[in-house]
Design a protein around this ligand. Structure first.
Ligand SMILES: [Zn+2]
Ligand SMILES: [Zn+2]
Length: 277
C-alpha cells in the first residue's frame, strides 16, 4: 500500500478539531482538523465500523479515539468510505496496517483507491474563499490500497453495519456514497452535502452551521450532485452527519435540506469555476 506522491500533512484546523459528539447512542461523530469521521456501533457491544479515515497523519488520534470508546485493542469490523478524497482517506494505510481490516467503497471509486486514477485537480478559481484558493496544495493523486479495498455488496448492505444501506450519491466524486438507516432516519452523508461553507477559511474555523452543497473546489459534476441531494432529501432523514460541519437534526435539518433542494443553483453551484458547464 502507498499514498500518492503529493500526500502530505495539511495545516488547517477548526474549533471542532478533537471534539466528538454522540449523535445517537451508536453513532459517534468526531472532527479531525476540518473533516469528520464516524464510529458506528454500540460501545457496550464492542463492535463497530469506522466511516472514513481522516486527515493525513491522524492515525494515532483515530486509534486512541476508538480504544477510548470501545476498549483497548478494539478494532473495527471494517472501514467504509464515502469517497476517496485525501481528507477522507488520510490515515487509511496506517489504520489498515494496524487493524488488518477490510476497506469498502463504491466500485466507481475504486480506481482512486487502487492507484489507477487521480482525481481532477482542485479548482482554485472557483467562486469561494481562502480554502478554495488553497486547494491546489491538497493531494489529488490516488492512494493505492491494492487488495485491501473492495466494493460494497451488490444488495446495498454494508458489512458490519446491519440495518444500514449505502446510497450512490455521485457528483462530488464518481463513486461517492451516503449511508442511511431506515429505522431511525439516520444519515451519514459524506460530502454529498455539508453543514459548513467549506470554501471559506473563517467559516471552517468557526464551524458556523449553514447548509451547503458539496465542497466546490473538488466537485466536478453539479448535475449529478443536485440529483444526489434531491434523493437524500426525499428520505426525510432525522439526523445528518456530514463530512464537514456539525451534525444537523430534526426540523432544522428538514428545513435546510428543503431549502438546499429548492435553491440548489444559488446555494450550492458556484457562479464561476472550471467545472461549471
Ligand atoms: Zn470530498
Ligand atoms: Zn471532504
Amino acid at each position: 500500500m502507498e499514498y500518492g506522491k503529493d500526500y502530505k500533512y495539511i495545516p488547517a484546523t477548526s474549533v471542532g478539531s478533537g471534539v466528538g459528539i454522540a449523535v445517537m447512542p451508536d453513532i459517534y461523530s468526531y472532527t479531525i482538523q476540518i473533516v469528520n469521521i464516524a464510529l458506528v456501533g454500540n460501545p457496550e457491544s464492542g463492535e463497530f465500523v469506522l466511516v472514513d479515515a481522516g486527515m493525513p497523519g491522524s492515525a494515532d488520534e483515530i486509534i486512541s479515539l476508538t480504544e477510548s470508546r470501545f476498549g483497548s485493542d478494539s478494532r473495527p469490523k471494517a472501514i467504509v468510505l464515502t469517497h476517496g478524497h485525501f481528507d477522507h482517506v488520510g490515515a487509511i494505510i496506517e489504520l489498515v496496517e494496524h487493524w488488518n481490516v477490510p476497506v469498502y467503497a463504491h466500485e466507481l471509486e475504486l480506481p482512486f483507491l487502487t492507484g489507477k486514477s487521480s482525481y481532477p485537480e482542485p479548482d482554485p478559481t472557483v467562486e469561494g474563499g481562502m480554502v478554495a484558493k488553497m486547494s491546489p496544495m491538497f493531494p489529488n493523486e490516488p492512494v493505492n490500497l491494492g487488495s485491501h479495498v473492495q466494493s460494497f455488496p451488490k444488495d446495498g448492505s454494508i458489512p458490519g453495519m446491519p440495518g444500514w444501506r449505502f446510497i450512490h450519491t455521485p457528483g462530488h466524486s464518481p463513486g461517492h456514497v451516503s449511508f442511511y438507516r431506515e429505522s431511525d432516519g439516520a444519515l451519514i452523508a459524506g460530502d454529498a452535502f455539508v453543514t459548513v461553507k467549506q470554501e471559506y477559511l473563517y467559516k471552517v474555523l468557526t464551524q458556523e452551521q449553514e447548509i451547503s452543497g458539496p465542497p466546490r473546489y473538488l466537485t466536478t459534476d453539479w448535475k449529478a450532485a443536485k440529483q444526489s441531494v434531491q434523493e437524500l432529501q426525499k428520505l426525510n432523514p432525522s439526523i445528518a452527519v456530514t463530512g464537514h460541519g456539525l451534525p444537523m437534526t430534526g426540523e432544522l435539518l428538514r428545513d435546510n435540506l428543503q431549502k438546499l433542494v429548492n435553491n440548489f443553483e444559488e446555494i450550492a453551484v458556484p457562479d464561476y469555476g472550471k467545472y461549471i458547464n
